[in-house]
Design a protein around this ligand. Structure first.
Ligand code: ZN
Length: 470
């Protein structure tokens, strides 16, 4: 029984999972899919590439298809001729940062700079400012400027792992065929030199795309630019709601069903706290709760070579669901949400460190321990992320996640399925010694983050295998 309750709780209170869920519930200003019968949007990330982009442009021209290119600024700088050609041939150009780096590791000012720099490069060639942005790895996190700058964030409704060469053009064609219908936003890549991608992959993509465009032509389905798809979709929606109702501006009100789920979720947390007698790190402003328990599982090597072994005492962490929910509802954008999460975590870790030092009975505790749904984010604080033991826990938690997504977002079932498959619960651990030295003494963990940059980059390559977009 305890294990069952535990895993239910884990899955419903996961650090990185919650922001994603909340952005989905509240639908921040992110465009993922359009409403149209006869048009869809092809989007290409990471280019321009001197080999594949010209071939792609030729192909698009042959079918009179229009597309959207989310270019990496440093690549655009090297190949202004390709940017010029995209523009002259009627395609839309958006920004995909100056370097292909995740926004998780940058502050809002740095992200803004990345976008502005790229935007300037595009403007120099085309004379036009672009407002369209897709964050690398598709991680909807740090774009606070969304409102200020009128930046339109564009994600996708269909992706195909086309950055992996071994998928092959046949399998890719098959996958793309399944999604070939009006309103879809296809995510594809015309450059294979990004970390995590295979250099020959765009070659396979081009073969598949040729077949898809042929089929689209047969079905009278046209590929249009994302800005056009947004416009078309809006006019369709306006027509549909022209029965006098005014669409409210501002945060969407939660439906009765969603409020019910949220209520049960929060109630569940209360029950859990009573059952397992969780302690709270900061009682005035609860964000992290914990309990002490022995670790069961395979030995894990943590940061600094420290080993965590079965029987060692660990401080099991739980996030405060109510707090997470509040942060979620009060954030105006996913960026703000992510920043608030990171800031709260930064504030909380020194408090945890102080609790460990001040409480004699906690001196035996070897490590902080938790379960996280997304293996990105925790490591910037010094956590080691490893696999959970394979078996029913991992399986059932994934099943539960899918269920939860469907309940909370009934119309998004199919859209969420893909990302749910990529959300695999992982174990996160950090030695208590590290916690104390890094967070208690002088708050020097920021310097650490700098030192780890290389490791983080390497990690991105590994992660690209598990998350949506390289
Ligand atoms: Zn990318």
């Amino acid at each position: 029984m305890e294990t069952l309750l535990l895993w239910l709780f884990y899955i419903s209170s996961l650090y990185a999972f919650i922001p994603g869920l909340i952005t989905r519930i509240f639908g921040f200003r992110v465009f993922r899919r359009g409403v149209s019968d006869d048009t869809f949007a092809l989007t290409f990330d990471d280019g321009p590439d001197p080999v594949y982009t010209p071939k792609l442009l030729d192909l698009l021209k042959r079918y009179d298809a229009k597309a959207t290119f989310f270019v990496v600024g440093s690549n655009a700088e090297k190949h202004p001729d390709l940017i010029k050609r995209m523009h002259e041939e009627g395609h839309l150009i958006g920004s995909h940062n100056y370097v292909h780096k995740t926004n998780w590791l940058m502050g809002p000012a740095a992200v803004k700079k990345q976008i502005q720099k790229t935007s300037n490069i595009i403007q120099e060639v085309t004379g036009l400012k672009t407002n369209y942005y897709r964050p690398p790895w598709g991680i909807v996190n740090l774009f606070d400027f969304a409102k200020r700058d009128n930046t339109q964030i564009v994600l996708w409704s269909a992706m195909f792992s086309d950055w992996r060469e071994r998928i092959g053009s046949d399998r890719l064609t098959e996958r793309m065929m399944k999604k070939l219908r009006g309103g879809e936003v296809f995510l594809l890549h015309d450059c294979g030199s990004t970390l995590g991608a295979n250099s020959g992959a765009p070659g396979e993509m081009l073969i598949a795309l040729d077949r898809i465009l042929q089929e689209a032509e047969k079905r009278n389905l046209r590929s249009i630019r994302v800005d056009e798809l947004i416009r078309t979709s809006e006019s369709v929606k306006n027509l549909a709601s022209s029965d006098g109702k005014v669409t409210p501006v501002g945060p969407k009100r939660l439906s009765w069903a969603k409020r019910c789920v949220v209520f049960l979720w929060l109630l569940w947390e209360k029950i859990f706290h009573l059952l397992f007698q969780l302690q709270t790190a900061n009682k005035e402003d609860p964000f992290l709760h914990f309990r002490i328990r022995p670790y069961h599982g395979d030995p894990v090597e943590m940061i600094g070579g420290n080993m965590l072994r079965g029987g060692d005492k660990v401080m099991e962490l739980h996030f405060d669901n109510k707090k997470l929910f509040e942060i979620g509802t009060r954030s105006k954008s996913p960026v703000q949400l992510a920043i608030k999460m990171v800031r709260s975590m930064e504030k909380e870790l020194p408090k945890l460190a102080k609790i460990v030092v001040d409480h004699h009975e906690l001196h035996e505790v070897k490590a902080l321990y938790g379960v996280s749904m997304i293996n990105r984010g925790p490591e910037q604080f010094g956590f080691t992320v490893t696999d959970l033991p394979k078996g029913w826990f991992a399986k059932s938690s994934q099943w539960y996640l899918k269920f939860l997504l469907r309940v909370i977002h009934p119309d998004g079932g199919s859209r969420l399925k893909q990302s749910a498959e990529h959300m695999i619960p992982k174990l996160i651990v950090m030695p208590v010694d590290y916690l104390v030295t890094q967070y208690l003494t002088d708050g020097s963990h920021r310097k650490m983050a700098g030192k780890q940059e290389n490791e983080v980059v390497e990690e991105e390559a590994v992660l690209s295998a598990t998350i949506p977009c390289p």
